[in-house]
Ligand binder design. Structure first.
Ligand SMILES: C[S@@+](CC[C@H](N)C(=O)[O-])C[C@H]1O[C@@H](n2cnc3c(N)ncnc32)[C@H](O)[C@@H]1O
Length: 260
């Protein structure tokens, strides 16, 4: 299950009930308030952050992926001992979270019942804070490095949401900052489709009730110098209005006047 972005405000009733009734809770939740909230609901808490990869000591494996695999093993050990296990990640547990999907798949394969509860993700907060409705002109959402290194298409008529720009370009999965040329590569790729002065938004949802969200509007040509962190998400608004597909509409006798 997930805590949502703002804990405890985003915790659902369903999640609270699962935490309370678990024999053991495993949590990978970065904010101390979130962790203490969970501990109050169930004192049998294992903090998975202790198994997170640390670049300075090479502790917990060679990179983040290896440390996630260790977390999966630790959680499954309790499942295989017959305990009722609740595993918690921040935001939505299935959105950009590798170990949650693996742990569920492996538990089910071994014959155990496993389910994922939905929760509020950073993208949900983004729609609320920035007033973006994905239904208005569509939305595309990519992991930033994947957008660079693979052949994703770019739809300039729809919003683009780029996750993990705080580690963009780092294929080693070791750093907690962009690679040396990460932001430059991103600006380079985007400039194939958008003009240099196209406005983009650096977004960070609030994680504490006293904090405001971050919504810094910059031009694409300023992206290389932008201050980004591990929680920054980049929004690239559409370049132009969505044009009508006249050929298709005429073929099917669609009333063009009714389309706005
Ligand atoms: C490993 S993913 C986890 C996402 C999380 N499970 C969710 O549901 O939002 C981390 C990425 O999520 C986004 N993210 C996490 N926290 C955020 C926040 N407070 N505001 C904006 N984006 C955030 C950023 O793109 C960040 O690099």
């Amino acid at each position: 299950m997930g805590t949502g972005i703002l804990t405890p405000a985003h915790l659902t009733q369903a999640a609270i009930s699962k935490i309370k009734s678990a024999d053991i809770v495993h949590a990978l939740v970065p904010d101390p308030l979130g962790l203490s909230t969970i501990k109050k609901l169930n004192s049998k808490l294992c903090n998975l952050a202790e198994f997170y990869y640390d670049i300075n000591s090479d502790r917990n494996g060679e990179n983040r992926l290896e440390s996630y695999d260790r977390m999966v093993e630790i959680v499954l050990k309790d499942v295989f001992h017959g305990l009722k296990v609740c595993c918690i990640f921040y935001g939505h547990p299935g959105v950009y979270v590798y170990p949650s999907h693996v742990v569920i798949e492996k538990a089910r394969k071994a014959g155990y019942k496993a389910e994922m509860l939905p929760a509020i993700s950073a993208e949900d907060c983004l729609y609320a804070d920035l007033g973006i409705d994905p239904g208005r002109c569509g939305s595309q959402s990519y992991e930033a490095s994947q957008y660079l290194f693979y052949q994703h298409t770019t739809n300039t008529f729809a919003n683009m949401i780029l996750w993990q720009i705080g580690v963009v370009g780092d294929e080693s999965l070791k750093r907690l900052e962009p690679s040396e040329f990460g932001l430059a590569m991103l600006a380079d790729k985007l400039s194939n489709f958008y003009p240099q002065d196209h406005e983009v938004i650096l977004y960070e949802a609030s994680r504490l009730p006293i904090m405001d969200y971050r919504s810094d509007k910059i031009e694409l040509n300023q992206l290389v110098q932008a201050k980004v962190s591990t929680i920054t998400t980049l929004v690239v608004p559409p370049l132009s209005n969505l044009p009508i597909n006249r050929e298709f509409c005429e073929k099917w006798n669609i009333d063009l006047e009714s389309l706005n």
